[in-house]
Design a binder for this molecule. Structure first.
Ligand code: ATP
Ligand code: ATP
Ligand code: MG
Ligand code: MG
Lengths: 254, 254
């Protein structure tokens, strides 16, 4: 079971859109992915049409009462499974914030056989480096980092690199990371500049596939669908299909 | 002294871009605005070229040690003043999270004459409803809510409305709010639909001025400038000039 955190503390860079559509891309290939929604906005749950689930049957239930993860998995029509997010998650920081070892709770929950699971696990994170995202980063073997081609986002990556280095100390292992450019528009000079900067900074760790700016990607959540179900021939669907294959080829889901 | 929180828990909707450019718009009109940067990313500070300020001289210094706000105000060349943000702010949730009355700290700091200030105060918030944003909402008389025209963001407004209603109870007053559409593209059907939805939901509280999608707005922070200093004739500059005037006309900074 490979656990991947989809994280970037910068807001609005495409974390939810990437979690939704890479998971759906894996499901189309029969890989039976599981999404953990760790964002109090519960946006990836909403985008998959999962609404109104009581807090104790969501990821907040796991953090508050230690309910086994396996009891909360919901299979969906598109082949993706999910444990939904919930607004109650926003109380976890204040509730557990300074308890020692709190960052390892999810890692423990995944390890204790609570979730005898073979498929890849993708964790959608909130845009903050709080207790929830720390749990995701501790539990994950790898991190997928969506990035948009603008100054504030690219600057924020320096802080993210520092945060990951700090985490690698207690974990005693390297957290492999991959960066993927989203909302990329070849015609904009700012995008081409960002590509050059990121290639230099990340080399192999920058995904070859870039996700174009495609309105269909912003629309599919309104219909409770991933991009393949909503607009399978769109540029967005094509890009997420390629990204999923690229990540599989590179063993990112091993 | 009018205190305005620029808030939306959805990430990447233009909170920082709006704080930066409305403050600069006010400065151009001689109103001597003050920005409080309450985001651990410290993006509005970075966009104004304010870097490397030690934590005790930033908003984190106020929350950790109660240092008077008046001691940390930095005047900038463009007429804006700022108390910078700092990554240490991300520790405030865990540090103070469950202390009773913690949400009122900033309101108290502003009221205690720590900051004998006449101009409007604008608070840039992080994309999360944690202790920091609660402090901003408690301290503010009004909230400016940037919104992009997409399903996930529009959906998130329902949660924001609920959160503001909950806050109005202990405050015993109404928190006046204004919603402003950002990255608006008249040609996209999704944008026109969002405009109709928001007009119906918010009526007068929806700003007439809409901010267009203008790459210059994403570029100005790379030069440590607001849009007026960077590209004064751009569509983005024109829109933020109009927005500032509209808000002034409606008494939003009284
Ligand atoms: N490639 C794309 N083309 C067009 N729109 C996109 C694309 N990727 C994301 N979007 C839109 O941009 C907005 C931000 O994306 P998304 O919500 O996935 O980001 P996020 O990083 O998860 O945000 P948050 O920080 O709030 O969790 C959404 O409205 C989404 O629909
Ligand atoms: N009107 C606009 N036209 C073009 N680009 C814009 C516009 N408004 C914002 N942007 C760009 O979109 C990105 C998100 O904007 P910004 O960082 O201001 O949002 P935010 O809500 O402050 O994000 P966060 O949730 O991370 O704090 C930035 O790169 C910014 O430059
Ligand atoms: Mg998201
Ligand atoms: Mg911001």
């Amino acid at each position: 079971m490979a656990v991947i955190a989809v994280f970037n503390q910068k807001g609005g860079v495409g974390k939810t859109t990437t979690t939704l559509n890479v998971a759906a891309g894996l499901a189309v290939l029969g890989r039976q992915p599981l999404i953990l929604d760790l964002d109090p906005q519960a946006h990836v749950s909403l985008a998959l049409g999962v609404r109104g689930v009581p807090s104790e049957a969501c990821m907040s239930g796991f953090f508050r009462t230690g309910r086994p993860l396996a009891h909360m998995v919901r299979p969906l029509r598109n082949g993706v499974r999910i444990i939904p997010g919930h607004p109650d998650l926003s109380k976890i920081d204040a509730l557990l914030g300074s308890t020692p070892g709190v960052a390892g709770k999810l890692r423990q929950g995944l390890a204790e056989g609570q979730l005898a699971y073979a498929g890849p696990v993708l964790i959608d994170c909130a845009p903050a480096l709080g207790v929830l995202s720390l749990n995701a980063l501790f539990a994950a073997e790898r991190v997928l980092i969506p990035v948009t081609a603008d100054f504030l986002t690219i600057q924020g990556l320096n802080r993210l690199d520092i945060a990951l280095k700090v985490l690698e100390q207690p974990l005693q292992r390297r957290i492999e990371r991959r960066v993927v450019l989203t909302r990329y528009d070849e015609a904009k000079p700012q995008c081409r500049e960002a590509l050059a900067t990121l290639r230099q900074k990340y080399g192999e760790a920058l995904c070859e596939t870039r996700i174009p700016d495609d309105p269909a990607l912003a629309e599919s959540p309104a219909h409770g669908m991933d991009i393949f179900a909503y607009a399978g021939d769109s540029p967005g669907a094509q890009a997420y299909r390629l990204l999923t294959l690229e990540l599989l080829d590179k063993g990112f889901f091993q």
